[in-house]
Design a protein around this ligand. Structure first.
Ligand code: DGL
Length: 288
């Protein structure tokens, strides 16, 4: 792609396995309304949380490369905990644009929120088993007592648009038991899909527990980083927002519009026709 725009006028690229990163996109659009945004939901290969981290790392690499090569992104926000947990070092070494993640800002927000020093993190199997949060939280404050719980099944509910109801409640009661028993007073939603389940999660945890989402903190971190690099777009014009999906683009527009808001009124197909197809869902599986 021809690089015709000055760096600050280039878009911010974001990606997730599906709809989850829209929680971060919402925060970013609200905080930086003048920025152009390109969002890819890799719904053709979701969920990431139950896949080997090596596969997720490969998907993240393809998406990030596409952000730079196809969309001329000036920065990339990896709006997915699992992709972050899979490791971004390679990406950061390979690409010259700043790459922001959701784990470090989330860990910081969690530690700032707790009063008792007992905190919880919930996330996908991939994220929790990677130990990425243990490391990130320890780096912020080694004295907090952390209890983690993997929550397989939550992402699937969100991707189906089922964010409340008895089934979600029953699963949440079961999966949140360890963090309830640990009497945490702050619970980090360590998967960007989970804020869409906040009503149920809050009912299960009770009023004494603050739910922490990394979305706002990540948006502020992105703003700070872009400002430091002289990449913030200075304009009173509203930004342009593009949404792409590797799965069913009509379904993405429909549910995505409900979850994000009016900015998502159109979805394009990813990968773009001009680029090569991404690797299949998983080794040995066919392209959907
Ligand atoms: N939203 C993603 C995360 O933050 C991944 C969900 C999934 O595909 O399992 O981890």
């Amino acid at each position: 792609m021809a690089r015709s725009l000055s760096p600050m006028h280039r878009p911010i690229g974001m990606f997730d396995s599906g709809f989850g990163g829209l929680t971060v996109a919402r925060a970013l659009i609200d905080l930086l309304p003048g920025e152009d945004l390109v969002y890819i939901g890799d719904t053709g290969r979701y969920p990431y949380g139950s896949k080997p981290l090596g596969d997720v790392r490969r998907f993240a690499r393809e998406l990030a490369r596409s952000m730079v090569d196809d969309f001329d992104a000036k920065a990339i926000v990896v709006a997915c905990n699992t992709a972050t947990a899979a490791g971004l070092d390679e990406l950061r070494a390979e690409l010259s644009v700043p790459i922001l993640d959701v784990i470090e800002p989330g860990a910081r927000a969690l530690v700032q929120t707790t009063e008792s020093g007992r905190v919880g993190v919930i996330g996908t199997v991939g994220t929790i088993s990677s130990g990425a949060y243990v490391e990130a939280i320890e780096a912020v404050d080694g004295s907090v007592e952390l209890t983690s719980a993997a929550c397989p099944g939550f992402v699937e509910f969100v991707e189906r648009g089922q964010t409340t109801g008895d089934e979600v409640m029953v699963l949440a009661e079961r999966l949140l038991a360890p963090v309830r028993e640990a009497r945490v007073d702050a619970l980090l939603l360590g998967c960007t899909h989970y804020p869409f389940l906040a009503r149920t999660l809050s009912d299960v945890m009770g009023t004494g527990v603050t739910l922490v989402s990394s979305a706002d903190e990540t948006a502020f971190a992105a703003m700070g980083r872009l400002a430091d690099l002289g990449l913030l777009r200075e304009t009173s014009q509203p930004g342009r927002h593009r949404f792409l999906s590797s799965g069913d683009i009509d379904a993405f527009r429909e549910l995505g519009g409900t979850l994000l808001g009016p900015e998502l009124d159109h979805t394009e197909r990813w990968p773009l026709e001009t680029t090569r197809t991404p690797t299949p869902r998983c080794r040995g599986e066919e392209q959907p």
